[in-house]
Design a binder for this molecule. Structure first.
Ligand code: GLP
Length: 256
């Protein structure tokens, strides 16, 4: 089931996602949260931090990481996760993993990461943003819908989008390690957020387009519990948005 919430404010999106996270974290003693970087999930972390929960037992797994940045680089996803998520939420940094964070050849990093997720009992809830290319994590168009954590090349469009975090586009890494689409689909709940008109085509392709590796995010259509939270601008190209609004407003009946 894909549920779609069209929200008026980013704070509302954060509150809805935080409610879903709280419910997912209550299912186990040492629950696991799939972490996403990017600007879109920031209201989620703020809403969760406001609840002042003890999250020290939570294990975190980031979606992806650049390859080739020097250790401690402020734009490495390890640094971003520590700054934007671990510190404000009070997570235990030793329990938060980022792909490639244990020293091993890049060719083995994916398998090691998959093994760590499996050891933790899988991911209870995965937060997702979406790229203009329709990527989730860094699964660019053409990614196998069965893929696992692995090394990938970034598209020129993604490198251009992420150049704002670096001095120039030449400084944006060319490669990354990312959870695969198959890895993401194994999470028990998916929560995908998107804001702004630049995301509207990717959101429409993900939610209503054909299931295709040309829009890797369309794989969420295969998931049994995916919640898509979008603002009005990101929802603008959804053909069935009035229906989604109606269904969301009456969701208590569907889940009763
Ligand atoms: C990056 C990340 C994605 C993220 C995307 C969108 O490329 N690898 O996980 O979803 O950017 O970022 P933003 O939310 O800042 O638009």
């Amino acid at each position: 089931m894909t549920e779609i919430a069209i929200v008026k404010t980013h704070a509302e999106a954060g509150r809805i996602a935080a409610d879903l996270i709280v419910a997912a974290l209550a299912t186990r003693d040492e629950p696991t949260l799939g972490l996403a970087t990017g600007s879109t999930p920031l209201p989620v972390w703020s809403a969760l931090a406001e609840r002042s929960l003890d999250l020290s037992a939570v294990r975190g797994f980031a979606l992806d990481e650049y390859v080739g940045l020097p250790p401690g680089h402020p734009e490495s996803y390890r640094a971003v996760v520590d700054r934007d998520i671990v510190a404000p939420l009070g997570l235990d940094p030793r329990r938060v993993r980022v792909p490639g964070d244990d020293e091993c050849p890049l060719t083995e990093a994916g398998e090691r990461y998959e093994a760590a997720i499996a050891d933790a009992g899988g991911i209870d809830l995965q937060i997702l943003g979406i790229g203009r290319t329709g990527h989730i994590g860094f699964n660019e168009p053409g990614s196998s819908l069965a893929s696992r954590t692995r090394l990938k090349a970034l598209t020129p469009a993604t490198r251009a989008d992420n150049a704002r975090f670096f001095d120039s586009i030449d400084d944006v890494p060319t490669h990354c390690l990312t959870q695969g689409i198959g890895t993401i689909l194994d999470a028990r709940v998916l929560v995908l957020l998107a804001f702004g008109e630049t995301k509207a085509p990717a959101v429409a392709a993900a939610v209503e387009g054909p299931l295709t590796s040309s829009c890797p995010a369309s794989a969420i259509q295969l998931h049994r519990r995916a919640v898509v939270i979008v603002d009005e601008a990101a929802a603008a190209r959804l053909e069935h948005r009035d229906y989604y609004r109606f269904a969301w407003d009456h969701r208590e009946i569907a889940t009763a």
